[in-house]
Ligand binder design. Structure first.
Ligand code: DON
Length: 304
């Protein structure tokens, strides 16, 4: 497969979309990013990298971090997780609170905010130094020692994160949060603030594509079956109320973030990370989604 040519063709063909959408504005710090950035990196399971555009500039991975939190929680807790969080798509916005009240504090899945806040609470209970251990896991997965939280981003989000505060308080009311709500919020916002570039993000997701090999990083390991299940959750829940659309257009398990990043995997073939900060109304990168749609169309390979 000539991925170099395919990435070039994609770049040309997405140009009509380059001014569509707008960067997330609800986190003041995110507005400092140049909205015209575009980078993509595809990393194959035989460790060949194909990159173009702004693939060396780091950005806020935001909700993509929810997959990494799930990996730690699933590794340590196994199926006991599913007493506190479901595995069904929500069909609602990432930060919706409506369903949570109707379903008595059990979030639909770990990739919406409510589910990630419960997962954060679980990590606070099972890790002895949560921020340090989380970052150590991400660094190992990525193979990069200088991955960091962006403290200004985390603080900026805390200052405006009233809806997440409402969600975690509702979860606490229903008995699904054990730790202090402020502690849960501060760790959650730090996870969202992790910064990576497209090269680093594609490497981070390769073990999810290459799951016939052991997934083992430090003391976090997942069975092949557990990786399969995380991929299934990405497929059905990774894009909130646009999960069906992403599945229909792209046909790969993936996860988006409001920083404009998307990570996706083609099982047993490659992982891919794309970044473009302009988002559609559902909070997903316009150019990123289009680029991945073209990728699976041009290669004629998806999970379907
Ligand atoms: O909780 C929030 O609002 C953000 N820090 C993360 C949201 C996000 O990335 C949603 N994904 N598209």
């Amino acid at each position: 497969m000539n991925y170099t040519n395919i990435l070039q063709e994609i770049y040309q063909e997405i140009q009509p979309y380059s001014k569509m959408g707008a960067p997330a504005s609800y986190i003041p710090e995110l507005q400092r990013v140049n909205p015209d950035r575009y980078g993509i990196c595809l990393y194959t399971i035989d460790r060949n990298e194909y990159a173009m555009g702004d693939c060396d500039e780091r950005f806020s991975i935001q909700s993509i971090s929810k997959v990494l939190s799930l990996a730690i929680g699933f590794s340590r807790m196994g199926d006991r997780l599913w007493k506190r969080i479901g595995v069904e798509p929500s069909g609602n916005a990432f930060n919706s609170i409506i369903q949570l009240e109707m379903e008595k504090g059990i979030p639909r899945n770990p990739l919406i905010n409510a589910g990630a806040l419960v997962m954060t609470d679980i990590l606070l209970s099972i890790l002895s130094d949560p921020e340090k251990e989380y970052l150590a896991f991400v660094r190992q997965l990525c193979g990069c020692k200088d991955i960091q939280y962006n403290e200004s981003m985390a603080t900026s989000e805390r200052d405006t994160g009233f809806l997440n505060a409402a969600i975690v308080n509702m979860l606490k009311y229903y008995g699904n949060i054990d730790n202090d709500v402020e502690r849960v919020l501060s760790f959650y916002f730090r996870q969202c603030s992790v910064e990576m570039n497209c090269r680093e993000l594609s490497r981070t997701f390769l073990p999810f594509a290459d799951h016939t090999h052991p997934f083992s990083f430090g003391d976090i390991s997942l069975t092949t079956s557990q990786v399969k299940r995380i991929n299934a959750i990405m497929q059905t829940c990774g894009f909130y109320d646009e999960a069906g659309e992403f599945s229909y257009l792209v046909g790969l398990p993936g996860k988006s973030g409001v920083g404009g990043g998307i990570a996706a995997i083609c099982p047993r073939k490659y992982s891919v990370a794309v970044w473009s900060p302009r988002l559609n109304a559902k909070g997903n990168s316009v150019m990123g989604m289009k680029a991945l749609e073209l990728l699976t169309t041009k290669t004629a390979i998806s999970i379907f």
